[in-house]
Design a protein around this ligand. Structure first.
Ligand SMILES: O=P(O)(O)OC[C@H]1O[C@H](O[C@H]2O[C@H](CO)[C@@H](O)[C@H](O)[C@H]2O)[C@H](O)[C@@H](O)[C@@H]1O
Ligand SMILES: O=c1ccn([C@@H]2O[C@H](COP(=O)(O)OP(=O)(O)O)[C@@H](O)[C@H]2O)c(=O)[nH]1
Length: 944
C-alpha cells in the first residue's frame, strides 16, 4: 500500500493492532511499532511468516511430503457438471477453493473475517440449461482474476450473474446454484442492464475514465441520455445495496469494486453508517480536468467519499481523485485523503497483483506441457509475439496491429520469421462502439494478412474468443515477445501473467506507458507510447533481437515483482487498512467536540439574569455559502451580509435588558457599521482593536505606539501575489492585512501562499513585531499578540465601565467561526482548559466553577471597587503585546463592590461554540450559520 502522503501516528490503534497480532501469532515478543508505517512493516513480516507456514502446511500431502503438482487443487463448478472448458480456470485458484470449501474445512486456528466482495460481475456467469438448472462459467477480466486469488477471508461475492432471470423459479434455482459457490446474485432486468451497464457504465464512465471523452448526448433517444442512464445507474446501485444490506452482519467488511458501483458506498452508509465500507477502482481515475466534464461529477465523487477507504492501482489515479475532490467539490485534500467537515475519507494506492503461484504451478501440468508442444510445433522456425486483450478500444489493438505491419514493412527479413498471435476476447458486445471496433480490427488484420501472408502462413493469428486457462498458460510460456499497447489501462494483468509464465524462456515485455502496470513492470519492460506507431515498430525489432543476458536481467526484475506482489497480498493489505481506517476514524470522532446542546443552552439562558453573547460575524451571522459542487459566486460572497433570517431575532435580543451582545469580528469598522448600525449592541472590529456601542462612537483600543511600519511593504507583497494569482484578493484593514485565495485554483493558491510566506519572512516582516496567521485559504499579517482572546478582557472592561451592572453576568455564549489563533477567546473563560485539542475532556470539566465563578465565600472575583479608568495607551500596548499585565491589574482592582459581583459564571452556564469547524478548542460545535439563526431564534422565544 502506498499512501498518498506521510501517515499520521496512531499509537492507540497500533497498540490494538499489536495486541491482535501478538494474540493471533502467539508471540510474547515486545511489538511496539509507533507509526502506521512501522505497523504495516511489522504486519507484512507476520503475514509472510504465517503464509510460508500455511503454504507449507497446505502443500503437504497425506504422507507429509511436499506436493507441488497442483493436482490437489482440482476444482469444479458444480457437482456432476464437470464438462465446462472454463472450469479449468479455477485450477489451483485460492478464492474458488475457498468458495468451494465449507467454513468447517477452513483453518480453525484463526477465525477469518467475513468479507463481502461487491462487484458488478460475479466470478461466474450463469447459463440457463433448463427451468431450474444452471451452468456456471468463469467470467473473464482482470477484476475476476485478481479477486479469485483471495483466501484470507471468509468471503461472499455479491454481483450480477450476467444473465436476465425474469421468473421466480429461475431466480430461486440460480440463487441456490450460486450459493454453493458462495456467490449471491443481484438480479438486474434487461432494461436496467441496458441503461446502467451498457449505457452509463460502459458508454459513459468507461470511455471517460480512459481519456476517450464523453459521447455526444443523443437527444432523440431518451434511453441514451445522461439523465435516464444516470437514474438507472443509481437504481442499479441501490439494488446492489439492498442485497448487501440483506446479507450484512455486524463486523463484516464490505468491499465495493469499480466504476459500476460508485454510488454504492453512499447507499450502504445511508442504511448503516457503522458498516465498514471500502471502494476500489480498477480503471484509471482521470485528471480532474476530464472528470469535471461529467454532468454527474459531484454526486459521484460525494457518493464515493462516503466510503471509509478509497483505493486505486497507482499513486497518479489517487492523486487525480483527491484533486477532483478539491477542485470540483472544494474539499480539503490532505496527505491521508479527503477531508470534509472533519470526516476523513482515506485515499491510497494499492497496486493489484496476480496469484503468480497458480500460473507457475500450471506450467508443471502435463496438459499445459502438451499444449506448449503443440504450439512450438505449430510456430516452429518463427518467433512468437503475443497480444491478449478483451476486444476493447482502450487496449489499443488497432495501434498494435498497425505497428506490427510497420515492422514487417520495414524489416522484410522478418516476414516469415515472426507471427503475432492476438487473442481478442469479445466483451460488452451490446455496446455499439465495441461492435464497431470488432469490424475495424477484422478489417486491418485481413488487409495485413493479405499483404504479407503466403499460401501456408499468415503473419497475424487473430482469435475472437477466450482461451481456457491451460491453453493461455501454454501460450504465455512459448511467447518470445508480449505486446501490451493499451491506450489507458487500470493495471493490465496480462502483462503480469506473461511474466509469471516466462521463468524458462525469459521473453520480452513491450508495455504501454499508459497501463498502470508500467509503474511496476516498467523497469524490466520496454515502455512505449502506443500512439507512436514508429516507436512501437522499432521496439518490436529491439525485443526480437535482444541479447539473452539483457532479457534475463529484465525478466528477473519483473519476475521478482510479480511473484512478491500477489493478489492475495493486495486484498489483505486493503482489508487490513480498511479495518484500521475505521478504528482511526472512531478515535478522531472522539476528539471532535459534541454538538451544542441547544435545549440546555436555551434553558440556562432563560434562567439567568445577566447574559453576555459574544458572536463572530463572518460565517457565523452571514448567509451560508453552498460550495458543494456549485460554482461559487465570488462577487456575491465577498460582500458580507447579515443573514436575512437573523435580523428579527437579533433585534429582539438587543432589546432585552438582561442581554448584552458583542459582535466580535476581524472585519473592519465599515463592514460592521453597515450590517449592525441599526441594532443596539457592541461592535468589536478588527479582532477587537476598535470598539463601540452602536449608540456611541468608535473607541480605539489600539495602542498609540503600536508599530505599523511594516504595513506598506507587506501590502506590496500582497499586491504582487494578488496580481499573479487569478481570483485571489486582499483586504487592507487598519491593523492587519489579509490575502485570500479562497476563490483561486486550490493547488495554485496553496503553492502561491507558500511562496508568499517565504517572501514575507525573508523580507518585510523578518524583524517586525507581527504575527502571520494562516487560514485554510488565507494569509493574514497582524501586529503581534492581536487575537480575539487577547482583546476580550479589554472589551469586557470597557463594557463594564460603560454599563450599569445590576446583576452579575451569569451566562456566557461565545459563538464563532474563528481561526485557531483566535480560539484563545474560548479558553478566556475557563483557564483550566488544556491547551491541546482535547474537547471531549472539556465537556466533562471536573470543577464546574471557572475563573470567574464564586469563590468559597460566594463572592465573584470580577467585581468593580471603583469606576474603571480607561487604560493608558501604554497599558493597552502591554495588553496587546499579550503579557497579561493589564488584565491582572484590572482584575486586582475589580474586587467586591457593595457586595455585588459583575460576573458570576458557573461552568454549566458557559457555552463556547465553534461554527462550521470540526477541530476546535470550543466546548461545542454548530454546523453553520443556519444553526446559529435557529439558536438565536430559540433564545428570543424565551422572552426578556
Ligand atoms: O465485466 P466486463 O464488463 O466484461 O469487463 C471486464 C473487466 O474489465 C475491467 O478490468 C479492470 O480491472 C483489472 C484488474 O484490476 C485491471 O488490470 C484492468 O486494467 C482493468 O481494465 C473492469 O474494471 C472490470 O470491472 C471488468 O470486470
Ligand atoms: O482468453 C482469455 C484471455 C484473458 N483472460 C483473462 O482476462 C484478464 C484480463 O485482465 P487485464 O487486467 O489484463 O484487463 P481487463 O480485461 O480486466 O481490462 C486476465 O486475467 C486474463 O488471464 C482470460 O481469462 N481468458
Amino acid at each position: 500500500m502506498e499512501n498518498i502522503g506521510s501517515p499520521p501516528e496512531t499509537t492507540n490503534l497500533v497498540d490494538a493492532q499489536v495486541t491482535r497480532a501478538q494474540e493471533s501469532h502467539g508471540s510474547s515478543a515486545p511489538l511496539i511499532p509507533t507509526s502506521r508505517l512501522e505497523r504495516l512493516l511489522r504486519e507484512r513480516v507476520l503475514r509472510r511468516s504465517s503464509k510460508s507456514y500455511h503454504s507449507l502446511e497446505e502443500s503437504r500431502d497425506s504422507n507429509g511430503d511436499l506436493d507441488i503438482s497442483g493436482n490437489s487443487n482440482d476444482l469444479y463448478l458444480s457437482d456432476g457438471d464437470r464438462g465446462y472448458q472454463d472450469e479449468d480456470m479455477f485450477e489451483g485458484n485460492a478464492f474458488v477453493k475457498h468458495l468451494t470449501d465449507g467454513p468447517e474445512k477452513q483453518d480453525a486456528r484463526v477465525p477469518k473475517q467475513r468479507l463481502l466482495v461487491v462487484a458488478n460481475r460475479l466470478p461466474v456467469s450463469a447459463i440457463r440449461k433448463d427451468d431450474d438448472s444452471w451452468g456456471l462459467e468463469i467470467s473473464v477480466g482482470g477484476l475476476v482474476s485478481a479477486l479469485l486469488g483471495i483466501n484470507e477471508f471468509e468471503a461472499r461475492w455479491i454481483g450480477w450473474a450476467g444473465v436476465n432471470v425474469p421468473d421466480e423459479v429461475g431466480q430461486r434455482s440460480l440463487t441456490k446454484a450460486l450459493a454453493e459457490k458462495r456467490c449471491i446474485p443481484v438480479f438486474l432486468d434487461e432494461e436496467i442492464v441496458h441503461q446502467y451497464y451498457n449505457g452509463y457504465c460502459n458508454n459513459i464512465l468507461w470511455p471517460l475514465f480512459h481519456y476517450l471523452g464523453l459521447p455526444q448526448e443523443d437527444r432523440l433517444a431518451t434511453t441514451r441520455s445522461f439523465q435516464s442512464q444516470f437514474a438507472a445507474y443509481k437504481e442499479a446501485n441501490q439494488m446492489f445495496a439492498d442485497v448487501v444490506n440483506a446479507h450484512y452482519r455486524e463486523g463484516d467488511v464490505v468491499w465495493c469494486h469499480d466504476y459500476h458501483l460508485m454510488f454504492l458506498p453512499k447507499c450502504l452508509k445511508d442504511y448503516n453508517r457503522k458498516m465498514k465500507v471500502g471502494w476500489f477502482l480498477h480503471t484509471p481515475f482521470p485528471s480532474s480536468e476530464i472528470h469535471r466534464t461529467l454532468p454527474s461529477r459531484s454526486e459521484l465523487l460525494r457518493s464515493v467519499l462516503a466510503a471509509d477507504l478509497v483505493g486505486f492501482h497507482t499513486y497518479d489515479y489517487a492523486r487525480h481523485f483527491v484533486s477532483a475532490c478539491t477542485r470540483i467539490l472544494g474539499l480539503e485534500g490532505t496527505p491521508d485523503g479527503v477531508e470534509d467537515q472533519g470526516k476523513l475519507t482515506r485515499v491510497a494506492a494499492f497496486p493489484i497483483g496476480i496469484d503468480s503461484e497458480r500460473f507457475i504451478r500450471a506450467l508443471e501440468l502435463d496438459v499445459v506441457k502438451a499444449h506448449m508442444n503443440q504450439l512450438k510445433e505449430r510456430f516452429a522456425g518463427r518467433k512468437v509475439m503475443l497480444g491478449v486483450d478483451r476486444l476493447d478500444m482502450i487496449k489499443g489493438i488497432p495501434q498494435k496491429i498497425l505497428a506490427f505491419e510497420k515492422f514487417l514493412e520495414e524489416n522484410p527479413v522478418w516476414r516469415d520469421k515472426v507471427v503475432l498471435v492476438q487473442i481478442a476476447v469479445p466483451t460488452r458486445t451490446d455496446v455499439p462502439e465495441y461492435q464497431k471496433l470488432s469490424s475495424q480490427v477484422h478489417e486491418i488484420v485481413g488487409r495485413i494478412n493479405g499483404r504479407f501472408g503466403s499460401l501456408t502462413a499468415v503473419p497475424i493469428h487473430h482469435l475472437d474468443r477466450s482461451l481456457e486457462f491451460h491453453e493461455l498458460c501454454a501460450l504465455y510460456a512459448v511467447t518470445d515477445v508480449a505486446l501490451v499497447t493499451s491506450l489507458r489501462d487500470g493495471m493490465n494483468l496480462v502483462s503480469y501473467e506473461f511474466v509469471a509464465c516466462q521463468a524458462s524462456k525469459k521473453g520480452v515485455l513491450i508495455l504501454s506507458e499508459f497501463a498502470g502496470a508500467a509503474q511496476s513492470l516498467g523497469a524490466g519492460a520496454i515502455l512505449v507510447n502506443p500512439w507512436n506507431i514508429t516507436e512501437v515498430a522499432s521496439s518490436i525489432g529491439y525485443a526480437l533481437t535482444m541479447p539473452a543476458d539483457e532479457r534475463e536481467k529484465r525478466h528477473r526484475h519483473n519476475f521478482t515483482h510479480v511473484s512478491t506482489h500477489t493478489s492475495q497480498e493486495w486484498a489483505e493489505t486493503f482489508v487490513s487498512e480498511l479495518n484500521d481506517t475505521v478504528v482511526e476514524a472512531q478515535l478522531r470522532i472522539r476528539q471532535i467536540p459534541p454538538l451544542l446542546p441547544k435545549g440546555d443552552a436555551v434553558e440556562r439562558f432563560m434562567h439567568s439574569n445577566n447574559r453576555l453573547l459574544i458572536l463572530g460575524f463572518n460565517a457565523t451571522l452571514t448567509e451560508p455559502v453552498d460550495t458543494q459542487g456549485r460554482r461559487i459566486d465570488q462577487f456575491k460572497e465577498m460582500e458580507l451580509k447579515l443573514h436575512q433570517d437573523l435580523k428579527e431575532p437579533l433585534r429582539r435580543l438587543c432589546e432585552d435588558p438582561k442581554t448584552t451582545i458583542i459582535v466580535l469580528s476581524g472585519s473592519d469598522r465599515n463592514v460592521l457599521d453597515e450590517n449592525f448600525g441599526g441594532y443596539s449592541l457592541w461592535l468589536a472590529a478588527e479582532h477587537g482593536m476598535f470598539l463601540r456601542r452602536t449608540t456611541g462612537d468608535w473607541m480605539t483600543t489600539m495602542p498609540e505606539n503600536l508599530n505599523m511600519d511594516w504595513v506598506d511593504s507587506v501590502k506590496h507583497v500582497f499586491e504582487y501575489f494578488t496580481e499573479r494569482t487569478p481570483r485571489s484578493h486582499f483586504e487592507l484593514r487598519e491593523t492587519s492585512l489579509v490575502w485570500n485565495y479562497k476563490y483561486a485554483d486550490v493547488e495554485f493558491g496553496k503553492l502561491q501562499s507558500k511562496d508568499l510566506l517565504q517572501h514575507l519572512w525573508t523580507g518585510p516582516i523578518s524583524n517586525a513585531s507581527v504575527d502571520v496567521v494562516q487560514g485554510a485559504r488565507s494569509v493574514e499579517v497582524r501586529a503581534v499578540g492581536v487575537t480575539k482572546g487577547a482583546a476580550i478582557d479589554r472589551i469586557l472592561g470597557e463594557i463594564v465601565h460603560h454599563t450599569h451592572v445590576e446583576a452579575p453576568i451569569d451566562y456566557v455564549l461565545c459563538v464563532g467561526h474563528f481561526l485557531p489563533k483566535d480560539e484563545d477567546i474560548y479558553s478566556f473563560f475557563e483557564p483550566e482548559l488544556p491547551t491541546g485539542p482535547a474537547p471531549s475532556a472539556r465537556a466533562k470539566i471536573a470543577n464546574p466553577l471557572n475563573r470567574f465563578a464564586s469563590n468559597s465565600t460566594g463572592v465573584a472575583a470580577f467585581c468593580r471597587k471603583a469606576p474603571l479608568p480607561i487604560p493608558s495607551p501604554d497599558t493597552r500596548a502591554n495588553s496587546f503585546l499579550g503579557n497579561g499585565n493589564w488584565w491582572s491589574r484590572m482584575r486586582e482592582r475589580m474586587t467586591v463592590h457593595e457586595g455585588s459581583s459583575v460576573l458570576d459564571l458557573r461552568g454549566e452556564n458557559y457555552f463556547s461554540c465553534a461554527v462550521g469547524r470540526k477541530r476546535s478548542s470550543a466546548r461545542y460545535l454548530l454546523g453553520s450559520s443556519t444553526e446559529v439563526v435557529e439558536l438565536l431564534k430559540e433564545l428570543t422565544a424565551c422572552g426578556p
